[in-house]
Ligand binder design. Structure first.
Ligand code: AHR
Length: 532
């Protein structure tokens, strides 16, 4: 699937024109509509995903208390320190496909007595269960994030998942609370988000949409927290452009028609709080030809970014379906798996491990701009995956650790978390390669609680700089500063020997005069400008 590369593309918060009238070399005027603020950008759009897959958990996060790698209660300190700097708001766990094979009781109690399992989702490798509920919650506590627990619908039962939620949230003096206390945690945990199955159309049970929707209704009837706020339930959603799935799930899981006990249900609500969407970016539109991670040319730079830009069309179309059932946008579109997925390298140290280049950073930046612009409907998103898997923030090699170009995007973009989205209007120059084209610019903006305006600009064109004038009507700003992420080559990446080759730097070439900020955005770069 491709976005239409003609004429006008109007995002929720961006009116963007591109075509022959916007020529490379012209100064592009960007009106940052500070006078017409949009919705709040939910911080959870900047969420992450951790699955028991490859070295995503073991080595990547968990090394054990006896490891020579510095750790706190078994969780590696270097990874925690790096993650704290990007304000991780929420983490989805334990999968992915693994979630529908996971039985939570295997991961509680004394670690030396936990069953040694087999991870049948990912290569039949040994699953020690050393990292279970308590360890995950400890990890979240160390970095200051909230849990998004994906429960097992495929091979589990409603009773098993109800028991898990009860174990996590029951008061300390109840039976499950006493067991939790014996295992080291007296206070109930806050569990704000529950994913009801994962990819239930695939590895999560190969269900048809109507069958899944009925399963969702069944599970939703029992998944109640025992203390604290009610957990928000997120239905397993569509793969890419499976609009029928969204329609079926919305029509059946949205409409809550209690037939009994009006006293219990005197405040009827939708059964679901969110419907998910999974979308991965390859260097083509074909799962079987994903392309290489580092060994790619400009043709695959273009095709990868074309594919990434498809996210906008997907959100618009899934949203249009959700709007039919939920015009007030009570139900969130939860993009709980997204990111690049390239072909595995022959010398890959673990499953789905991939290097991360400037191209991955571009995908992250463009996608986060799209989420910012659709903040009215997209309220949680989780990049896949946090450490050592797919489009990772962090790569490890035993005791060594580096952060990736994608990490730097999350660090630069954290200013948008909980800020108010600001619509932007501009005419983008066109980036062309042969008969392929894309708008060269992707832009989103927000105003934070202290009044600072942030504008994130991506220039996808790897050969042409773009001169920009940012107009901020009604803003009497006196100060503008900026940071940039770029590199000498499209294929540049950070390695254990050169960990800072692609990293965010100050970008001093920004001027401000009478509410207009001027700068030239270098080819293949990401810039976040702060105005106050
Ligand atoms: O992120 C890797 C896998 O991709 C997940 O386990 C699954 O949900 C998806 O297909």
């Amino acid at each position: 699937m491709r976005i239409a590369h003609v004429a006008v593309s109007i995002l929720a918060g961006a009116a963007m024109l591109f075509g022959p009238s916007a020529l490379a070399g012209d100064t592009v005027k960007v009106v940052v509509r500070t006078d017409t603020p949009g919705p709040v950008i939910n911080r959870n759009i900047y969420g992450h995903f951790v699955e028991h897959l490859g070295r995503g958990v073991y080595e990547g996060i968990w090394v054990g208390e006896d490891s020579p790698i510095p750790n706190t209660r078994g969780i590696r300190n270097d990874v925690v320190a790096a993650l704290k700097k990007i304000n991780v708001p929420v983490i989805r766990w334990p999968g992915g496909c693994f979630a529908d094979n996971y039985h939570w009781r295997d991961g509680i109690g004394p670690r030396d007595q936990r069953p040694q399992g087999i991870n049948s989702s990912w290569g039949n490798v040994r699953e020690t269960n050393a990292f279970g509920t308590h360890e995950f919650m400890d990890f979240l506590g160390q970095i200051g994030a909230q849990p998004y627990i994906s429960v097992n619908v495929g091979s589990g039962t409603p009773r098993e998942q109800e028991d898990w939620l009860e174990y996590m949230t029951a008061p300390a003096d109840s039976g499950p609370g006493k067991e939790r206390t014996k295992n080291g945690r007296e206070q109930p945990w806050n569990v704000p988000y529950i994913g009801v199955g994962n990819e239930s159309w695939g590895c999560g049970g190969n269900m048809l949409a109507a069958h899944y929707a009925d399963q969702f209704r069944l599970y939703a009837s029992y998944l109640h927290t025992r203390t604290g706020d009610k957990a928000k339930l997120i239905a397993s959603g569509a793969d890419t452009d499976d609009y029928d799935w969204t329609d079926t799930v919305m029509s059946r899981a949205m409409n809550w028609r209690p037939k009994l006990t009006p006293l219990m249900y005197n405040d009827p609500k939708p059964l679901t709080d969110g419907v998910s969407l999974h979308f991965y970016t390859f260097a083509s539109n074909d799962w079987h030809t994903k392309g290489r991670t580092v060994a790619f040319g400009e043709d695959q730079w273009m095709s990868t970014l074309q594919r990434a830009e498809t996210m906008d069309e997907l959100i618009q179309k899934h949203t249009a379906i959700m709007d039919k059932y939920d015009p007030e946008k009570k139900v969130a579109l939860v993009v709980d798996e997204w990111g690049t997925w390239f072909a595995g390298e022959p010398d890959s140290p673990s499953a789905l491990y991939q290097q991360n280049t400037l191209r991955d950073a571009m995908v992250a930046a463009v996608t986060l701009n799209i989420f910012n612009l659709h903040a009215d409907r997209v309220r949680i998103a989780n990049i896949a995956q946090m450490v050592n898997v797919l489009q990772a923030m962090i790569l490890t090699d035993k005791e060594r650790m580096i952060v990736t170009p994608s990490y730097h995007v999350f660090e630069m973009y954290k200013v948008h978390q909980d800020a108010t989205a600001i619509p932007v209007e501009f005419t983008s120059p066109v980036y062309r390669l042969g008969n392929q084209s894309l708008p060269a610019l992707s832009i989103s903006a927000s105003r934070d609680k202290s009044g600072k305006v942030h504008v994130s600009v991506v220039n996808i064109d790897p050969r042409h700089d773009v001169a920009l004038n940012l107009l901020l009507p009604g803003v009497s700003a006196t100060h503008a500063s900026a940071r940039i992420l770029t590199a000498s080559d499209m294929q540049s990446f950070n390695s254990f020997d050169a960990p800072d080759r692609v990293s965010a730097k100050s970008f001093p070439n920004v001027t401000i005069a009478r509410s207009t900020v001027a700068l030239s955005v270098p080819a293949k770069s990401i810039i976040v400008i702060e105005v106050n």
